[in-house]
Ligand binder design. Structure first.
Ligand code: SF4
Length: 312
């Protein structure tokens, strides 16, 4: 598999670009995720022309349209940063990124809950960094996270699943046959995120011959990204697992069915991780040679080294 192109706040890679000359290296990102990813680093403050070291910035004013000002001298740099960010997103468009990992809490790069100070100097955590806002407005469906949120195993899993799926989608060649193959292999994964989008995408594929390829591709990508942005839940996953179980109706003994049903229930109750019933279903898919299931990314969505689906 080709490496997945991801934008990232430069300081997370260990580059000394912070206002104090330091970095915020995140070893998981560089050493683990980095095996599968080609990072495109972006440091808004340095690339916008501010030196290292520099006076730190903060957001002030309204949370929806805050100003970027220097913390001590109170100079307003909002317009300069916005103009730079608008040019930068046009440049990033050509990179065909599958997502972005932002540095949390930064007035330039933070994607949520960044401190915004009111006129009395009281901060509220409800802002978005200036560059992050321009980026997310420009690429509203692209997977984005920050390094802090990625410490949560569920958020991390969802993000990784989205970027791997988007990378595979970007490599789908032109033509109905390729689209149908992609769709078929991702049906269960889409179903686990959004049964509604599963139906919408199914209908779109059924009507595909009537739709010009460019429109079809765009529409499919939009529905796919919308679907993946919806989180899976134990209930949605358990429903998909039950559905998969149906493929072995005629092959499993009553005892094996009981064991599988119990495992799915234990997963639903949060007592075992998703990987447990998935492993057993994968085993049956191979044993009973179910080509449809063996091809489903839902049953093996990302490299085992990332140790996902391993939490309760
Ligand atoms: S948080 Fe953003 S602006 Fe600040 S050093 Fe990191 S990449 Fe640069």
């Amino acid at each position: 598999m080709e490496k997945i192109k991801l934008g990232i706040s430069t300081c997370l890679l260990g580059e000394k670009v912070r206002y104090d000359g330091g970095h915020k290296w995140d070893p998981f990102l560089t050493d683990t995720l980095g095996q599968y990813v080609e990072f495109v680093p972006v440091c808004p403050e340095v690339e916008c022309g501010y030196g290292i070291p520099r006076e730190s910035f903060r957001l002030v004013g309204e949370s929806q349209s805050p100003h970027l000002v220097t913390s001590q001298t109170n100079h307003d740099h909002t317009e300069r940063m916005i103009q730079w960010a608008k040019r930068k997103v046009m440049e990033l468009k050509r990179e065909n990124l599958c997502g972005f990992i932002f540095k949390s809490d930064s007035p330039s790069s933070g994607m949520e809950r960044v401190k915004v100070y009111d006129q009395n100097g009281i901060p509220t955590r409800n802002g978005v960094g200036i560059f992050a806002r321009v980026f997310m407005e420009h690429f509203p469906l692209l997977p984005v996270e920050d390094e802090g949120r990625l410490n949560d195993p569920k958020i991390r899993e969802n993000f990784i699943e989205r970027i791997f799926t988007l990378e595979r989608w970007r490599r789908v060649g032109e033509g109905m046959r390729n689209l149908i193959a992609f769709h078929t292999q991702h049906e269960l994964l889409i179903l686990a995120h959004s049964p509604k989008h599963y139906q919408m995408l199914g209908r779109l594929v059924a009507w595909a011959k009537e739709i010009p390829w460019k429109d079809l591709y765009k529409e499919y990508e939009r529905f796919l990204l919308e679907a993946l942005s919806m989180k899976t839940t134990p209930k949605k996953n358990a429903d998909v697992l039950q559905h998969v179980m149906g493929y072995f109706k005629g092959q499993l003994s009553a005892e094996e069915k009981k064991e599988l049903r119990e495992l799915i229930d234990l997963y639903r109750q949060g007592k075992v991780p998703l990987i447990v019933p998935i492993t057993l279903l994968n085993h049956y898919a191979r044993q009973y040679d179910q080509p449809y299931l063996k091809d489903q990314y839902y049953l093996h969505p990302h490299p085992v080294e990332l140790r996902l689906r391993n939490h309760v």
